[in-house]
Write a protein that binds this ligand. Structure first.
Ligand code: ADP
Ligand code: ADP
Length: 226
């Protein structure tokens, strides 16, 4: 677990577009932060800079007190979940979730325990031997989340993880996401354009507009600013 600090961070794409400008955000250890705002306001770019998928043009990014601007994604000890689940279709739920641990040469007993624990939190215990093709969208996304967190990363990043699901499933999945984050206590950054998700999921909300932070605070203190 670790705090994440964006210190005056700017992103200018090679075509000249400034997607994120002078952003300062301090995310506490274990905090659940939501980035919200209209399409094109810079949410994904901000998340991708934290993940290392996009270079930072100016400013500094620190994870757990260390500057990580130049660090490759795999060396940042973060986990990420996207709108698409990208599960391995030929592997069972259990094998999908165990995969990052197998790659890291974790011993069988530990793999078994970590996968069981994650499955328990995510309500997947009954489905461990199924293939992804036999799961609902919500179940698939929960497997993707389980696979992301089994290695106990310093930070957990999610980009519109519920956007592919229908309205009813989204409501159910909000409960799963909250419970997962609370039980793990992992510093989490969650991107959404959905106001309800923004107001119900996190500890604090960052409202972005035109690449800048427009508001930052607990959901109950955000004012309406269309
Ligand atoms: P989102 O739903 O996150 O806003 P978009 O549909 O805007 O996603 O973007 C999808 C992909 O297209 C991303 O990889 C993004 O970096 C890229 N992209 C978005 N806008 C541009 C642009 N103006 N020029 C080039 N690539 C872009
Ligand atoms: P959001 O996630 O809030 O929808 P993005 O971070 O995807 O916003 O995009 C922020 C801005 O940066 C938009 O104006 C988008 O067009 C632009 N952008 C995103 N990706 C690229 C890219 N690869 N090249 C150029 N411009 C981009």
């Amino acid at each position: 677990m670790a705090e994440i600090v964006l210190d005056n961070v700017t992103k200018q794409y090679p075509d000249g577009a400034v997607a994120v400008r002078d952003v300062d955000i301090e995310i506490a250890d274990g905090e659940f932060i939501i980035l919200v705002g209209p399409s094109g306001c810079g949410k994904s770019t901000t998340l991708n800079m934290i993940a290392g998928l996009e270079d930072i043009t100016a400013g500094e990014l620190r994870i757990g007190g260390e500057r990580v601007n130049e660090r490759a994604p795999k060396d940042r000890d973060i986990a990420m979940v996207f709108q698409s689940y990208a599960l391995y279709p030929h592997m069972t739920v259990k094998e999908n979730m165990a995969f990052p641990l197998r790659l890291a040469k974790v011993d069988d007993t530990t793999v078994e325990k970590k996968v069981r624990d994650a499955a328990e939190i995510l309500d997947l215990t009954q489905h461990l031997d199924r293939k992804p093709s036999n799961l609902s969208g919500g179940q698939r996304q929960r497997v993707a989340m389980g696979r992301a967190i089994v290695r106990s990363p310093k930070a957990f990043l999610m980009d519109e993880p519920l956007s592919n699901l229908d309205a009813k499933l989204r409501v159910q999945m909000r409960t799963s996401v909250s419970r997962l984050q609370k039980q793990l206590g992992t510093t989490t950054v969650y991107v959404t354009h959905d106001q309800t998700e923004a107001m119900t999921l996190g500890d604090r909300v960052v409202v972005m507009r035109g690449g800048a932070v427009q508001q930052l605070g607990a959901p109950q203190f955000l004012y309406d600013n269309p």
